[in-house]
Design a protein around this ligand. Structure first.
Ligand code: UD1
Ligand code: MG
Length: 246
């Protein structure tokens, strides 16, 4: 099962279109994210919609697939809240729930596959895909202890100057054991710089409860590009064309 986060307005895009419907390579970006999940062999897809939900749903309906279900997040209270909205779909499942972001059309099916393989081997509560980025401005940083073990994710806005020096980043590629995800969702708070329920906090909560959490730096360079403003939209479009997506 995969949860695709697509409810945000995308305030920083300065566009009336919901962010996930802005086009890259002449196609609304959300399609590339659904394509990648499909190519990775994931069955059931839950898309969290909110801002202009009908438009996003209508666009995805053009795929003619019946295996997409929608969860409506009427108020966008954060990425953690977006997954909380999916609880009824997750309840009772024992296996893997992947969570990925609709604003990352360069997510690679191969990366998702290798994460799934690793997850099947080690069966952690959470496996995160990460990468190292020279300019990590704005992104969630991966915190590790001196032994290199994962400690947690800190959002750029909440990070100290020292934490901001970290170049290993979260790209919103999460593989959760579903019961552990449900436990973490019940324990999220919104006590942070943005007053939002952060999905990233699940990582720290799970680790602090003694559950195994792993962060694996397997993502490719191109996957460091997500879309939050018009400049990033242009850069991703150019990158995808150069990679032969067009
Ligand atoms: C998020 C991560 C950050 C990571 C970055 C890039 C959190 C708290 N932060 O930040 O660590 O480095 O992505 O992967 O998760 N969305 C909803 N409902 C909401 C809020 C967001 O569905 O209430 C959706 C958006 O539509 C978007 C995705 O979630 O597709 C990510 O949201 P966005 O606001 O772009 O998060 P970032 O600030 O980029
Ligand atoms: Mg984003």
């Amino acid at each position: 099962m995969v949860v695709i986060l697509a409810a945000g307005k995308g305030t920083r895009m300065n566009s009336d279109l919901p962010k996930v419907l802005c086009s890259v390579v002449d196609r609304p970006m959300i399609h590339f994210v659904v394509d990648a999940a499909e190519k990775a062999g994931i069955g059931k897809k839950i898309v969290v919609v909110g801002y202009e939900a009908e438009k996003v749903q209508a666009e995805l309906d053009t795929r003619g697939q019946s295996d997409i279900v929608y969860a409506l997040q009427s108020e966008q209270l954060g990425t953690g809240h977006a997954v909380q909205i999916c609880r009824e779909h997750l309840q009772g499942h024992q296996g893997l729930t992947m969570v990925i972001a609709g604003d990352s059309p360069l997510v690679q099916a191969e990366s998702l596959k290798s994460l799934i393989d690793h997850f099947d081997k080690t069966r952690p509560a959470l496996l995160l895909g990460t990468l190292t980025k020279d300019d990590p401005e704005g992104l969630g940083r991966i915190l590790r202890n001196e032994e290199g073990q994962f400690i947690g994710i800190v959002e750029h806005k909440d990070a100290t100057e020292a934490e901001r020096q970290t170049k290993e980043v979260n790209m919103s590629t999460y593989l959760f054991s579903t019961p552990d995800l449900l436990w973490a969702l019940d324990n999220l708070s919104n006590d942070n710089a943005q007053g939002e329920y952060y999905l990233t906090d699940c990582a720290r909560l799970l680790r602090e409860s003694g559950r195994p959490v792993e962060a694996l730096p397997v993502l490719k360079d191109c996957e460091s590009l997500s879309i939050n403003n018009p400049d990033e939209l242009k850069l991703v479009d150019q990158t995808m064309r150069a990679m032969g997506y067009a």
